[in-house]
Design a protein around this ligand. Structure first.
Ligand code: GLU
Length: 511
């Protein structure tokens, strides 16, 4: 048997108490080398939902073996991003509770032992070829229009010679450790794509351990997945080419490979792999713009999966209940930014006003319109401010610019060009505004928005004029905007004093 499992390292690792006895174990293995990409978020959601729907275990393992590119900030961003999405993970080293993920860099020893075992079993070999030689080989192959691959120059070295060169003269000749790919083909049943076949002639004797002693992704990922008893590997389609290499490694280690499922690429509107070219790809960009969490989750669920082909709007519980990897589509999932915005707006419209107020408050504070204390002290007023925009915004970030006028000085409201143009169409504007102000400061005022709105309409009707003759100059004076929320609501939000001061300033400014 091609296997070295007897010499595999210690498999023990700490199980968090929340783990179940189920054999179903999935994981994500993100590299902490940048921002949190939406592709990772989708992979995480699909794995997590698969585990949660079946009583399985979901593991987070940070692939930080690329020490030069990995950063602590990026790792932190992954934790925060997953938590923001509502994704929790089950296990980790026993150093502070459930939320410490595994770190690959802390597991190197076991990997090195495994590499040694494969070398001893003749399933891997040392390659002493210099980078210069490998470049020459590649260039010659390219010239002959052949697929570049290692020419197996060191494959036939005897173990004695290999040991001798590795030990000489003092520290030995530098070498990499290559996996010996046997002849034949690897065929596996991908849970998304169906039967997948790779001829071994297409697979290089790939490098397991680099010259500097660091193990490569394909080697480490299998080593870790074996140690952690991972039963299903769901990841992006870009990893499909790695899968035969990994399956061969499982076999060499005498281990049963997990089931694989490769998720379709997320494509931009240009039908190419989603990238910065056609839109934001980082979760943080969407959070910063104020896409509600439920909309982000909902949208990501739709990237390659559908509930019933009709229902676009559903929550995370529904997803967990219905998600199955075998229902994921093979074809690339086109990322539709308009649909994403629509989903965001739809989510906002379904929120309660207090929840929406809580959600937009940080955006208002960030813009410097209010302090957190202001928001708390004027909660009722703030909720009224929010309620009037609920139907009009798609993102939390749309809110501050729409309510900016309510925070300007009464004599310095910014007039939009269109608002001012509309106001100036009406010759009698000064007289009408003055009249209206007098009425508002006296008999017209009401604290009830419905009553105030009805009274304002009656006021116009009694004068036998058309609504815009009052409403356009009034709107310009109060908010400087050409459109927007209900005017009676604007008057109420401002209160009689501020509304009056704005009307009087408007009479002068629009003269
Ligand atoms: N670090 C790899 C990635 O982020 C993990 C791939 C895998 O799941 O095997 O793409």
């Amino acid at each position: 048997m091609r296997g070295v499992s007897s010499s595999a390292p210690d498999r023990s690792f700490t199980l968090h108490p929340r783990s179940t006895v189920s054999d179903l174990r999935v994981r994500i293995a993100p590299s902490p080398t940048g921002t949190v990409h939406l592709g990772l978020c989708r992979t995480a959601l699909f794995n997590w939902a698969y585990a949660r729907g079946r009583g399985g275990t979901f593991v987070l393992r940070v692939e930080d073996t690329d020490r030069t590119r990995s950063t602590a900030e990026s790792e932190q961003a992954i934790h925060e991003g997953l938590r923001w999405l509502g994704i929790d993970w089950d296990e980790g080293p026993d150093v502070g509770g459930p939320h410490v993920p595994y770190r690959q860099s802390e597991r190197i020893e076991g990997h090195v032992q495994r590499a040694q075992a494969l070398l001893d079993a003749g399933l891997a070999y040392r390659c002493f070829c210099t980078p210069e030689r490998l470049t020459q080989v590649r260039e010659a192959q390219e010239k002959r229009k052949e697929t570049p691959r290692y020419d197996r120059h060191c494959e036939g070295l005897s173990r004695e010679e290999s040991d001798r060169r590795a030990a000489l003269p003092v520290a030995g000749e530098p070498f990499v450790l290559r996996f010996r790919v046997p002849e034949g083909a690897t065929v596996f049943e991908d849970m998304v794509r169906g039967e997948v076949r790779f001829d071994h002639a297409e697979i290089d004797d790939w490098i397991m351990v680099r010259r500097d002693g660091t193990p490569t992704y394909n080697f480490v990922v299998v080593s870790d997945d074996v140690d952690m008893g991972i039963s299903h590997v769901f990841r992006g389609e870009e990893h499909l080419v790695n899968t035969p290499k990994q399956i061969l490694l499982y076999e060499a280690l005498g281990e049963t490979p997990p089931r694989f499922g490769h998720l379709p690429l997320m494509l931009g509107t240009d039908r190419k792999k989603l990238s910065k070219r056609t839109g934001d790809t980082a979760l943080g960009d969407y959070v910063a713009k104020g896409y509600p969490r439920d909309a982000v989750v909902n949208f990501l669920c739709l990237q390659g999966w559908a509930l019933d082909g009709e229902t676009d709007v559903f929550d995370l519980d529904t997803f967990v209940k219905h998600f199955d990897i075998v229902d994921v589509q093979k074809a690339g999932a086109v990322f539709d930014p308009e649909k994403f915005r629509w989903l965001a707006g739809d989510t906002i419209r379904r929120m309660s006003v207090p929840d929406l107020a809580d959600a937009v408050a940080p955006f208002v504070i960030d813009e410097g319109l209010m302090t957190a204390d202001d928001v708390a002290a004027r909660r009722e007023w703030f909720e009224r401010l929010v309620a009037g925009e609920q139907e009009r915004i798609e993102l939390f970030g749309d809110f501050p610019p729409r309510v900016r006028p309510f925070f300007e000085a009464d004599d310095a409201v910014t007039y939009e060009e269109k608002a001012e143009k509309n106001a100036r169409k009406h010759e009698d504007r000064a007289a009408i505004l003055a009249d209206f102000d007098a009425w508002l400061q006296g008999p017209g005022w009401s604290d009830d928005v419905e009553a105030l709105g009805a009274a304002m309409k009656d006021w116009v009707k009694e004068r036998g004029i058309k609504f815009p003759i009052l409403f356009q100059p009034l709107r310009c004076a109060l908010t400087g905007m050409a459109g927007g929320r209900d005017l009676a609501d604007c008057v109420l939000l401002l209160g009689p004093e501020s509304a009056g001061a704005r009307i009087r300033a408007g009479i002068e400014r629009l003269a």
